[in-house]
Design a protein around this ligand. Structure first.
Ligand code: ARG
Length: 463
């Protein structure tokens, strides 16, 4: 394609290091769409004849059908998806194929293709995340009253409901979706027509190609157009943050599935056995979700480092933008699907959770709060009195609600029998009615609102 001024062909290692077709074949649909939009515009503007534009378009449709049926042929000599397609076009329609690349460069072509690909990738992630959120809402609704120990420092802190705990992840994923939506909106400007770096002298219509490809507008600086990969970084950064959330949830499942916790039984479908220890049931899917987050973060780092020292405009380093994005996207897709499957099917051992919530003096704060409320005692003093009650319960080897009233009154005479109304875990969670608190009513209200949010998001998508 560029052999005009070269006397010798490339060394075989050059052929190998130069070629991106082994991976950029994944851009073929976007490449065909970009070329069709470009040639339609060239025809409409009189830059190529209407007949040539039609011939080229037909040729591109034939190639798309071939790729669909047989895959993209990988020929390292042809370097990349753009040249593989153009050379096939020349085989099909002859020298007219050479008119397609008028007023275009592979630099604006690849920037356009890759934006289109990342845009589709974001839409896929968005659909997956809505599925994950629906799974969380379903389980959270079932478990809105189910009491478990809430932790800080991984020490029993106060009772919470399992529904509330699951809804914490709903909120994380909600923010992730908003990051992907931001990325999509910023991405949606069309670089096609920036040509190699400086724009073109041909009377092209960039607004027409931008509209044909579903972009909001053409980009405004040709140098930036061909050298910008922010859209890929935005995707990878949003993917990284999402993967951190998935990893934290995976980590909880791994801890919860351990024998000392025994909070969950992970489904067979997402566990493996051991070849030597027959009793084992390993949380492999969750561990791999946790592991994949490291690789996704690595992809993000890789592209940051590739881009950080590049002068304007295009440099071949930028060909290395695609493998980390493709890898991260594939890993993310698997992680979202595995997490959704686990949420859907995991068995929560709610009795075990409740038992532990009741055994750890988790309602001590409720005792202190009661002293403040009913005895008008300053919180610090109430905290001290409660500390003595906890010590007494510990010494007697009983949970707080089982301490005799006489024992409590010996610690502080202002305590009366009403105290037993606040010391149970159910009373504790029910009292946490502050906005965003763990009270089952609050959790159910948030779930109802969240269901409306998701329905609206899906309606909007359908237009
Ligand atoms: N395969 C190249 C890439 O992915 C296409 C752009 C090539 N441009 C160039 N001037 N060599 O970046």
């Amino acid at each position: 394609m560029w052999g005009g001024r070269f006397a010798a062909g490339p060394a075989s290692v050059m052929r190998e290091i130069n070629a991106s077709i082994p991976f950029d074949q994944r851009l073929w649909k976007q490449d065909i769409a970009g070329s069709k939009a470009h040639v339609a515009m060239l025809g409409a503007q009189g830059i190529v004849s209407v007949e040539d534009a039609a011939t080229i378009t037909q040729g591109l449709d034939t190639i798309a059908a071939e790729y669909e049926a047989d895959g993209v042929p990988v020929d390292l000599d042809l370097e990349d998806i753009h040249m593989v397609t153009e050379s096939r076009l020349a085989q099909l329609i002859g020298p007219t194929a050479g008119r397609l690349h008028t007023a275009r460069s592979r630099n604006d072509q690849v920037a356009t293709d890759f934006r289109l690909w990342v845009r589709d990738a974001i839409d896929e992630v968005e659909a997956g995340l809505i599925g994950l959120q629906r799974a969380l809402l379903t389980r959270a609704g079932e478990l809105a009253d189910s009491v478990m120990p809430g932790f800080t420092h991984l020490q029993s802190a106060q009772p919470v409901t399992l529904g509330h705990h699951l809804m914490a992840y709903y909120e994380m994923i909600r923010r992730d979706r908003s990051r992907f939506a931001d990325a999509r909106a910023r991405l949606n400007e069309c670089p096609l027509g920036a040509a190699a770096l400086a724009g073109t002298g041909f009377p092209i219509d960039r607004h027409a190609t931008a509209a044909a490809l579903g972009f909001a507008k053409p980009t405004d600086n040709s140098l930036d157009s061909v050298s910008d990969r922010d859209f890929a970084l935005d995707y990878l950064m949003a993917a990284t943050q999402l993967s951190l959330h998935l990893s934290r949830l995976a980590e909880e499942f791994i801890i919860w599935a351990s024998q000392p916790f025994g909070f969950v039984k992970l489904p067979d479908a997402y566990s493996t056995g051991s070849s030597i220890m027959p009793q084992k049931r390993n949380p492999d899917a969750a561990e791999l979700v946790r592991g994949h987050s490291g690789r996704i973060m690595g992809c993000m780092t890789a592209l940051c480092v590739t881009m950080k020292g590049l002068p304007l405009a295009y440099s071949k380093d930028m060909q290395d933008d695609k493998p980390p994005v493709f890898e991260a996207h594939d890993l993310l897709g698997l992680s979202i699907a595995a997490m959704t499957g686990m949420i859907d099917t995991v068995t929560f051992r709610t009795d075990r959770m409740r038992g532990l919530a009741e055994s750890g003096f988790a309602t001590a704060t409720d005792l202190a709060d009661w002293l403040v409320r009913e005895g008008n005692i300053p919180f610090r003093e109430a905290h001290h009195i409660t500390g003595r009650a906890v010590a007494a319960a510990e010494e007697a080897g009983v949970p707080l609600p089982d301490l005799p009233l006489a024992t409590l009154q010996a610690i502080d005479a202002r305590i009366d029998a009403r105290i037993f109304g606040v010391l149970t875990v159910d009373a504790s969670v029910a009292s946490r009615q502050s906005h965003g608190g763990t009270a089952p009513d609050q959790v159910r209200a948030r779930i109802a609102q969240a269901l409306i949010e998701l329905d609206l998001a899906e309606l909007e998508k359908r237009g």
